[in-house]
Design a protein around this ligand. Structure first.
Ligand SMILES: [Zn+2]
Length: 387
């Protein structure tokens, strides 16, 4: 039998990343992602049953790379999921959050179906499935060669996309021939707050690379700190709120890092101790993962802060709200403030409630800080629409 690679997903669209690698008798998936947004192409069927998969190597915790793990667990997967320590920690909150969303969606559809006299649907997967697959995770350190058996060795290299994100180098041997295959995962931009710049891999026989922004250049030298400080200053001066829709994991913590810097450097004046609310249960949990994790993921600047005893994403005035009651109270209190809330695409979550309360008030600002598939909007920008 020959070494074989089959592309299951994300091979002609972004999201739903999943590749199937067979080396001798060993069967491996690289990523197991959920398709998100408009589904133009269906992922291919896996040519074997999920119970036959020995390992999943996970590049990072984003749902479009990890989100179907509970689903394959429900269909018989009982192998091992191997990922960096930070990815394991992030998955432990993100897969449960995703299961919660699946259960809520099914419940909502079933309420409608019952009213219309239609049959009920099942959730794509449940909390039990998420918890089940999480017990199969195994964390590894960056940069260490990890020998699974005589035919398979792997190594995770930091690619600066998300806390814990990695390219995976795989040395696969069969019939005395060894090949090195690299799966890029999502590669981050340079100079992102908090996490390290991407490291590069110098050699491979084959590279499987995903590309979302293949034909675009990132803008150079955008000064996020000054832009954000200016918007906060102007908005608080007008007694308005700054509402920032942001992805709960990654983007929210980058914003906290920038705001901590703005506060420390006193770049906003006349509003001492202004309050910053993080209003999304997932973002709050993810912020705790970032706080605990991990010196091995932080860049030099962030490490230096930690060594000075400074928490890089904490500051006076930071309020992490969790209950929906606390969330509602944010808009009853009229003190001008910054509100960071999920979801980044404004299509779900508590941010919709904050938009409802603030979008119509001319003194308020809505700030988009999204660089994601289909949102090609780099840096900070106040909404054009004010009335
Ligand atoms: Zn990603």
């Amino acid at each position: 039998m020959q070494m074989r690679l089959t592309f299951i997903g994300a091979d002609h669209e972004v999201t739903g990343s999943c590749h199937f690698l067979e080396v001798g008798e060993t069967k491996v998936l690289i990523d197991c992602g959920m398709e998100q947004g408009n589904n133009v192409y269906e992922n291919a069927e896996l040519p074997v049953s999920y119970s036959e998969i020995d390992y999943v190597f996970l590049t990072h915790a984003h749902i479009d790379h990890a989100g179907m793990l509970p689903w394959i667990y429900a269909r018989g997967f009982k192998g091992q999921v191997i990922a960096t320590y930070a990815t394991v920690d992030l998955c432990s909150i993100m897969l449960k959050d995703s299961a919660h969303i699946q259960e809520m969606e099914a419940e909502w559809k079933n309420r409608k179906a019952r009213r219309a006299g239609r049959g009920e649907v099942e959730a794509l997967y449940t909390m039990k499935d998420a918890e089940g697959v999480l017990s199969h995770f195994e964390g590894v350190a960056y940069g260490q060669e990890f020998k699974l058996n005589e035919n398979l060795t792997l190594k995770f290299t930091d690619v600066g996309h998300l806390l814990g994100s990695a390219s995976i180098e795989i040395w696969a041997a069969e019939n005395g021939v060894e090949k090195k295959i690299v799966f890029s995962g999502d590669i981050g931009n340079k100079n992102k707050p908090l996490i390290r710049d991407p490291e590069y891999i110098s050699e491979a026989d084959y590279v499987v690379m995903e590309s979302t922004y293949g034909n675009r250049r990132h803008k150079k030298g955008v000064n996020h700190v000054d832009g954000l400080a200016r918007i906060i200053q102007e908005t608080l001066d007008r007694s308005g709120n700054v509402v920032i829709p942001a992805f709960a994991v990654g983007r929210t913590q980058e914003l906290l890092y920038l705001i901590r810097h703005i506060k420390e450097e006193k770049l906003v004046t006349g509003h001492d101790g202004f309050e910053v609310y993080v209003d999304s249960p997932l973002a709050v949990e993810a912020t705790h993962v970032f706080k605990d994790n991990l010196m091995e993921c932080y860049d030099e600047e962030t490490k230096a802060l930690v060594e000075r005893g400074i928490n890089p994403i904490d500051f006076p005035g930071l309020k992490l709200s969790v209950t929906s009651e606390e969330s509602k109270n944010i808009n009853f209190d009229m003190t001008p403030k910054v509100i960071i809330s999920a979801a980044g695409m404004c299509d779900a979550g508590r941010v919709r409630h904050h938009l409802k309360h603030n979008l119509w008030r001319p003194e308020c600002s809505i700030v988009f800080a999204a660089i994601r598939p289909r949102v090609h909007w780099d840096g900070f920008c106040r909404t054009a629409r004010r009335w």
